[in-house]
Write a protein of this length. Structure first.
Length: 632
């Protein structure tokens, strides 16, 4: 017989960590981890699974113990209740539970034999349902990472908006680039076959790797993610090499060319390029190599992109991750009847969703506008402007990166009260744009502004896949010459923008797009872009600065150690300059991607970024020039 005992507890971070310590790695094995990315001591993301109220949270077969978390309420410290808990959210609870949430629920320990019992006897103080206990026992024979059900996932309206913006001139993918040092690999250089094996054994960690788009009802509804039965790993992972001498300039040119090419929209929306031949790059040992990932923006945003990077790496210098039983199978595309019937039902619901969203949004906007008016009375608002980067783009790209020491950046931010790392980054970008436009006699009198994507996963208790973002507008203070005063202005602008976003609700962008017809969203985006291009209308933002925190611990690929991580973002009409910022392993990388027609001299703009950082460092710390890493 199995004995089930239920204990009423306050589920918090300490409880979860204690359970992890009790059950070790087996604590993770019971999760349906379609995108699990780490071992038990590095929990960095969510696991995707079916929604349920009582959750099988872990299995320890060796100890014959099943651990069940039966959540009754999920409430954060502000009283926000996102609704039913989703199975597999344990990774997120361990990551953010101590800071943001109080979890009120029940902990059940079920002692069971190896074979599922026919009857279950409850202890004298137990209140666990027999259905829950039986289900826990039935999970014992399920191998790790086995899907619990086969259900097609439909794209959100925000995800689909990135599909609608896809074109030959503006491919909408995100490209993390990882540079490796293989000088410490004792067995010799890493072989492409070994890297291919790592990808093959990591496919179960993310559903993104093997699913494609299907359906969509001709734009009247969003398409579905379906498991591609014809998935071919070797089509997606490719091997190329830089020509001699293999310097930084050649590397950037190759990255720009690869980034300018769109993905095959009929296959799973990702590619990986193993790039060898980095033999003549400063601060990198000879025979270093890189991997460039290209993942469509409809599948990930910056945060989930960083998690995908973690998925294909290990925490030790092992040659390949352990072989895991994977029962994945492909599935057929949704039928025409299924696609159109679901589209009909979804469109019937959208008017009600729109009115529900409007009913919640209007009071929030009124509150936010009152807050903004009080700020405008104290200080004039940032004017709108238009630069050379706010024009129609071509199909070619340029890119480059500066590398900064994270510890040094943290010392710089302390120069102003309440300063952040993001304030430093945005002020550096503002200083660089000031220098570049001033050199071309194009600097506007007023300040330029940037759009800064913000992650809303914690607020919405969302799964880690897809886009869970909103946008803030932050002044770049390009009208201020003094670098420290510029950073102070950036800090004040960011504070006001955060307050406005909090008043409106960070998830408003997702809520609004979800309540509108996908066809209407696509037509609206195209019409707005065309109208702006045909006029001299000024824009509220002139560039994007996306700051994504990366892993601050060592990662390895087939034994080779990760030296640095940088990212590349998409550019599109009227937004021809994108800054991707990633902090990882003690380094911050500020990468820019631009249309070649709008930024024909990327080396000069890179020098503007470096000089802006050096001036800020000198003014705030009283030291000399900033450290350069991984250059030419």
């Amino acid at each position: 017989m199995a004995v089930a005992r239920r204990y009423d507890v306050q589920i918090n971070h300490d409880v979860l960590v204690g359970l992890q310590g009790l059950l070790g790695e087996d604590f993770l094995c019971g999760f349906p981890r379609s995108i699990a990315l780490a071992t038990s001591n590095r929990l960095v993301e969510l696991a995707q699974a079916a929604i349920t109220v009582d959750i099988i949270a872990g299995v320890a077969q060796a100890r014959n113990i099943f651990v069940c978390l039966d959540f009754e309420t999920l409430q954060d410290k502000r009283g926000f209740q996102p609704g039913p808990v989703q199975a597999g959210h344990m990774h997120s609870l361990l990551q953010v539970g101590a800071k943001n949430f109080n979890y009120v629920g029940h902990l059940s320990l079920i002692l069971a034999p190896i074979s599922p019992p026919k009857t279950i006897r409850y202890g004298s103080h137990c209140n666990v349902s027999s259905a829950l206990a039986n289900r826990a026992c039935s999970r014992q024979s399920v191998p790790p990472h086995t899907p619990t059900r086969k259900t097609m996932h439909q794209l959100s309206a925000l995800d689909y908006a990135f599909v609608q913006q896809e074109s030959t001139r503006s491919p909408m993918h995100i490209s993390p680039i990882i540079i490796y040092d293989q000088s410490g690999v004792k067995r010799g250089p890493v072989r492409f076959k070994e890297i291919l094996t790592v990808f093959e054994r990591s496919l179960h960690k993310s559903a993104i790797f093997r699913r494609k788009l299907a359906g969509g009802a001709m734009g009247f509804d969003t398409p579905y993610w379906v498991e591609d039965p014809n998935f071919d790993l070797e089509f997606h992972v490719r091997h190329i090499s830089l020509p001699k001498p293999g310097d930084w300039r050649q590397f950037c040119i190759l990255l720009a060319r690869l980034h300018a090419r769109g993905l095959d929209m009929k296959r799973p929306l990702w590619e990986a390029y193993v790039i060898e031949g980095l033999n003549n790059v400063e601060d990198l040992p000879e025979n270093s190599f890189a991997i460039m990932l290209k993942v469509h923006h409809s599948a990930i945003d910056g945060v989930s992109g960083a998690e995908i990077v973690t998925a294909i790496h290990s925490l030790t210098d092992e040659v390949a991750p352990p072989l895991v039983e994977d029962s994945w199978t492909g599935e057929d595309d949704p039928s025409i009847r299924q696609t159109w019937s679901q589209a009909y039902l979804n469109n019937l619901k959208r008017p009600q969703k729109f009115f529900d969203t409007a009913r919640e949004l209007v009071p929030a906007v009124l509150r936010a506008n009152r807050l903004k008016q009080s700020d405008d009375e104290a200080e004039p608002k940032t004017p709108t402007a238009r630069t050379r980067f706010n024009r129609k783009i071509g199909s070619h790209r340029v890119t480059d990166t500066i590398f900064l020491d994270l510890a040094e950046v943290k010392r710089i931010k302390a120069a102003i009260e309440g300063g952040t790392v993001n304030d430093v980054v945005v002020s550096v970008v503002g200083g660089a744009l000031r220098k570049y436009l001033q050199a071309n006699e194009e600097l506007p009198d007023g300040s330029l502004s940037c759009g800064a994507p913000i992650n809303v996963r914690q607020e919405r208790d969302s799964e880690s896949t897809g886009n869970q973002v909103s946008m803030m507008r932050i002044s770049l203070a390009t009208d201020i010459e003094d670098p420290v005063k510029r950073m102070m202005a950036v800090n004040q602008s960011a504070r006001k923008s955060k307050a406005y976003s909090s008043a409106v609700g960070a998830g408003v962008l997702m809520d609004v797009t979800q309540s509108l017809s996908p066809q209407l969203v696509g037509m609206g985006l195209r019409a707005a872009t065309t109208a702006i291009m045909r006029t001299d209308m000024a824009l509220p933002i002139q560039t994007i600065v996306s700051n994504v925190p990366g892993p601050q611990f060592d990662l390895y690929m087939a034994g080779a150690k990760v030296r640095s991580i940088m990212g590349m973002g998409p550019v599109l009409d009227m937004m021809g300059l994108f800054h991707a910022v990633i902090s990882a392993s003690g380094t911050i990388c500020i990468n820019f991607v631009a249309c070649r027609d709008l930024l024909p001299d990327p080396e000069f703009y890179r020098s503007c970024l470096q000089e802006a950082y050096d001036e800020l460092k000198s003014a705030s710390l009283g030291k000399g020039r900033g450290k350069k890493k991984g250059r030419k």
